[in-house]
Design a protein around this ligand. Structure first.
Ligand code: FES
Length: 274
């Protein structure tokens, strides 16, 4: 087994913590934190009645601790798997495979980066911000959510970056609206050379299109159901275009989940032609 190959392990839930509408789980997962790179995920077996596994972004790894390296994931109590995960008790065991998928690419030079996230899907942007800061790249955030309780870790984002713009659909905190309300001015104001995005597909598309218009690169963390997460089931195939404009299909779990935003066929992914 190679140094970067994913591991299949039975992890233990060491801690759970509620934060707004989300629940953070701290897990042991022998060998997975050591192999982690921002943008990779773990596939977790959930609810004994569920065949499909649940893909969870890795939100944080702790290098040391009484239990060795651990990883944190964030779950929202939605759907059967999400509710089941949000209710697991400390001491529960979870089957985990990871880290899986292609991570975010890190620029060679320390260029300004804008990180755009919505809801708990913003989870992989936090370790990315740390990695970018290690490379001396100036980092800014746009964080969005339905309301204050659906914003992921705005205080942590402030600690990690030179600026944070918060936007909520109900205006309970930050400006009222969605990512699109602030995106173009944020790209301009931060002089971003790369925009990274994690969130619902419609948001990823908006970010990819705004970045393209502004002439900057984007990398988007595609969020699709990933039933196996390992490339076997072909349940995650999406349409993309290569650098020459030719159409291809890729598996989001293997060739993604992080992809250049300008390569994704958004109309096909969103099931529309708009
Ligand atoms: S989730 Fe099974 S092939 Fe991608």
């Amino acid at each position: 087994m190679g140094e970067r190959d994913p591991r299949h392990v039975v992890g233990e839930v060491l801690a759970t913590r509620r934060a707004g509408a989300f629940r953070h789980l701290t897990l042991t997962a022998r060998g997975i934190p050591e192999r982690f790179r921002p943008g990779t995920f773990v596939a977790a077996s959930v609810a004994p009645t569920q065949m499909a596994r649940r893909a969870l972004w890795i939100h944080r790894v702790a290098e040391t601790g009484a239990f060795g390296p651990t990883l944190d994931v964030v779950v929202e109590p939605r759907g059967i798997g999400g509710r089941w995960l949000a209710e697991v008790n400390v001491g529960s065991r979870l089957e985990l495979t990871g880290p899986l998928g292609r991570p975010f690419a890190i620029p060679k030079e320390p260029v300004a980066c804008l990180l755009v996230g919505e809801g708990c899907s913003a989870a992989p942007l936090f370790p990315l911000a740390e990695r970018l800061r290690d490379r001396r790249a100036p980092v800014s955030f746009v964080l969005a959510g339905a309301d204050e309780s659906h914003l992921l870790a705005p205080r942590e984002a402030r600690r990690m970056s030179r600026s944070v713009q918060v936007v909520t659909a109900d205006g309970s905190v930050g400006s009222r609206g969605d990512v699109m309300t602030v995106l173009r001015t944020a790209i301009e104001a931060t002089e971003a050379a790369v925009v990274y995005a994690a969130g619902p597909t419609r948001m990823l598309r908006a970010v990819a299109e705004a970045a393209e218009e502004a002439g900057v690169q984007s990398q988007v963390a595609i969020e699709q159901p990933l039933p196996c997460g390992t490339g076997l089931c072909r349940g995650c195939v999406i349409d993309v275009r290569d650098a020459e404009g030719d159409a291809h299909q890729v598996r989001a779990c293997l060739d993604g989940p992080v992809l250049p935003g300008d390569r994704v066929d958004w109309a096909s992914l969103l099931g529309d032609a708009s």
